[in-house]
Write a protein that binds this ligand. Structure first.
Ligand code: CA
Length: 216
């Protein structure tokens, strides 16, 4: 019994030390900028994810083909990529509710012809004192693009395996009633949905979508 108590005490000490030393900023260097959510002072143990953390995010990845882009509306260069930030656009929908769809729109202008990857995902969020990114699931539907072509933006066309055609990644298909009925894609930071877009130098691309907080 005494031995067990020593172990429990040691574990408590380890958790306490971890909570003090692990900083969200360390994880941010690897992944992405932290969502602008407040209250970094709360204790680590079992605090709920704040409502303000449920945000949709559209990234555009031009890194493989070195397609540099200029942000035009509601997006910016991915600062965490340092010198390569011109090859990735990132964005933030702002906080979402699970009771209504919100319109989300970004625009950017590629500086070279080629393929970029459109990434539908959730915003980066790490609880104070934790290291792992918290799953903050959001829904995307009714995705439309001007300036190039996107297909199956309402996720209604499925392949033999029941996955949405032309979409890659590991988002989950769910049934929704709105905005255009049928299916939507459920994503978070580490499980996004992607589709390649063929872009042209100087041709501004606009992406619009309906987003909301998903059932968690
Ligand atoms: Ca749909």
């Amino acid at each position: 019994m005494k031995k067990l108590m020593v172990i429990v005490a040691a574990m408590g000490f380890a958790v306490g030390v971890y909570a003090q030393t692990a900083k969200p900023a360390d994880a941010a260097k690897i992944a992405a900028p932290a969502a602008k959510v407040d209250d970094k002072s709360a204790p680590a143990a079992n605090i709920p994810i704040p409502e303000s953390a449920y945000r949709a995010r559209i990234d555009v990845d031009g890194m493989p083909g070195k397609i540099a882009m200029k942000p035009v509306k509601n997006c910016n260069e991915a600062d965490w990529m340092k010198d390569d930030k011109i090859y990735r656009m990132t964005s933030d929908s702002g906080p979402l509710k699970d009771t209504e769809w919100k319109a989300f729109e970004i625009s950017f202008t590629p500086e070279k012809d080629g393929n970029v990857s459109l990434v539908l995902m959730g915003q980066y969020f790490v609880k104070p004192g934790e290291k792992a990114i918290s799953p903050t699931w959001v829904l995307f539907d009714d995705v439309k693009v001007t300036g190039t072509e996107l297909k199956n933006g309402n996720f209604s066309e499925l392949d033999d395996k029941g996955k949405p055609k032309l979409w890659g990644g590991s988002g989950e298909l769910v049934d929704v009633k709105n905005p255009d009925s049928g299916k939507a894609i459920r994503v978070w930071h580490n499980q996004g949905a992607t589709q390649l877009l063929a872009v042209k130098a100087g041709q501004t691309v606009t992406v619009t979508a309906k987003v909301q907080k998903a059932k968690q």
